[in-house]
Design a binder for this molecule. Structure first.
Ligand code: UGA
Length: 447
């Protein structure tokens, strides 16, 4: 059955969720505070880069199922389900900043005061365990004078979308988690997911909140684990890719999220692991594995610079190409990207940096600017006259580069593979010095 949904926050999660619900026949109004974003959505243009999203916007808008507005109150009044999909950034100390969630809860509460019909309020933002019941539910009750369970529903429904694959992930979920305070709230949210055959988990809101954090923390921990193994492999003359393959074939481990490299970035893993760690510490049960996961990840991007230094010596006045700026391929997102500490370190050590990325340059320019840093649109302009290159983001176009092309463009012959995408033997055969994360030099055993 078609439902009326208000999506508070038309950011990455809100817009993808809203457009995907609309694609399944639900009527969705996205609410945002940025007028340009609202205008863009209403013109069928996506404000973010996400494959498949623009088609979905055009299609659902033409059917009258998706709209955007600045007017939260009217949108909430109209809706049967109100989703909170606002940002939950990190504070300086790593703990979560819930001010946008609180603000949305106040607006919802005030609007609910006048509401005649039942509405279910659903938290989609990633929030620390306890937030939906203790903060969102409490604020709404205080503002509206109404009671959860009796006058309105309350649920938490985490998202498990990967950037660049968000639409695909949403429409083909591994599972749907619905943490609801009562059966009615659960049924209301479940009705939105009638189209999927994925298992639906019925939990409390607090359990749902923790499932989201635990999932991201586990994946992040897997990456830091393989990066630790990678750094150790370098001392043994062992290739971490072979180790990852060897352990990944064990079904209990699986080969996914076992790619060693320059570390994890993005808007989720670093922030969510830090928030969960900070919350556990606050409650007096510090999760030490999470602390270690973050520490390993902080150090990891700089391994690329260390490998470079081992080959080139001092970096003063050396010209270094950086291939890839975004935190991962197929996105222009620069949040917590490994390229940031790498480029800063190169500049700090006196190098001249030439950087490129297929789409993230405009975002990178907002974060990284220095007289010793230049951005180039093409690979050939980037590599020209450089002494070495560091591959930071494994875009397909970089993976396709051959040793011959690289050799013909560069002045020097040092290649640092920060994502282990190239075949070392091919590079060595063409007279290039290849160093990769987690690949020991067989002549350089310290054992
Ligand atoms: C991540 C999760 O994968 C999603 O399930 C989750 O919904 C999302 O966070 C979120 O909380 O919103 P995302 O940040 O888009 O998704 O990106 P991932 O594809 O998970 O990659 C994260 C980082 O880990 C990237 O920097 C990537 O390069 C790195 N990574 C990933 C590795 O270094 N090795 C791997 O094997 C896999």
């Amino acid at each position: 059955m078609s439902k009326k949904v208000a999506m508070i926050g038309a950011g990455y999660v809100g817009l993808v969720t809203g457009a995907c619900f609309a694609s399944q026949g639900h009527r969705v109004i996205c609410v945002d505070v940025v007028p340009e974003k609202v205008e863009q959505i209403n013109a069928g243009i996506t404000p973010i880069f996400e494959p498949g999203l623009e088609d979905l916007l055009t299609h659902t808008r033409s059917e009258g199922l998706l709209n955007a507005t600045l007017d939260a109150v009217s949108a909430i009044k109209e809706a049967e389900l109100v989703f909170i999909a606002v940002p939950t950034p990190s504070k300086e100390d790593g703990s979560i900043d819930l001010s946008f969630v609180e603000e949305a809860s106040h607006t919802i509460g005030r609007t609910l005061k006048e509401a005649e019909h039942w509405k279910t309020i659903v938290v989609k933002s990633t929030v620390v365990p306890g937030t939906t019941e203790n903060i969102v539910g409490k604020i709404i009750e205080e503002e509206s004078g109404k009671k959860r369970g009796a006058d309105f529903g309350l649920a938490m429904n985490p998202e498990f979308l990967k950037e660049g694959k968000a639409v695909e992930d949403f429409l083909n979920p591994d599972r749907v988690v619905i943490g609801a305070i009562d059966p009615k709230s659960f049924d209301e949210v479940k009705a939105l997911y009638e189209w999927t055959e994925a298992p639906v988990l019925k939990t409390t809101p607090t359990t749902a909140e923790l499932i989201k954090y635990a999932a991201n923390s586990f994946l992040a921990m897997k990456i830091s684990f393989i990066n630790e193994i990678a750094n150790y492999c370098e001392l043994l003359g062992v290739d971490v890719s072979e180790v990852a393959q060897g352990i990944g074939l064990d079904e209990r481990i699986s080969p996914k999220f076992l790619r060693a490299g320059a570390g994890f970035g993005g808007s989720c893993f670093p922030k969510d692991v830090a928030a969960l760690y900070s919350h556990s510490k606050h409650l007096g049960r510090e999760m030490r594995l999470l602390k270690a996961t973050l520490e390993v990840n902080k150090r990891q991007p700089l391994r690329t610079v260390e490998l470079l230094r081992e080959e080139i010596g001092a970096l003063t006045e050396k010209s270094i190409a950086v291939l890839g700026l975004a935190f991962k391929p197929d996105t222009d997102d620069m949040r917590e990207a490994a390229s940031i500490p790498i480029i800063r370190k190169l500049i700090e050590e006196g190098a001249m940096v030439k950087a490129t990325d297929p789409i993230a340059i405009p975002n990178a320019q907002k974060i990284l600017s220095h007289s010793n840093l230049e951005y180039y649109e093409t690979i050939s302009d980037t590599l020209k006259n450089t002494d070495a290159l560091i591959l930071v983001t494994e875009w397909e176009m970089f993976k396709q580069l051959t040793p011959l092309e690289i050799k013909s463009l560069m002045r020097g012959n040092i290649v640092i593979d920060g994502r282990r995408v190239w075949k070392p033997e091919l590079f060595q055969k063409h007279g290039l010095i290849y160093r990769g994360i987690g690949l020991g030099r067989r002549d350089n055993k310290s054992i």
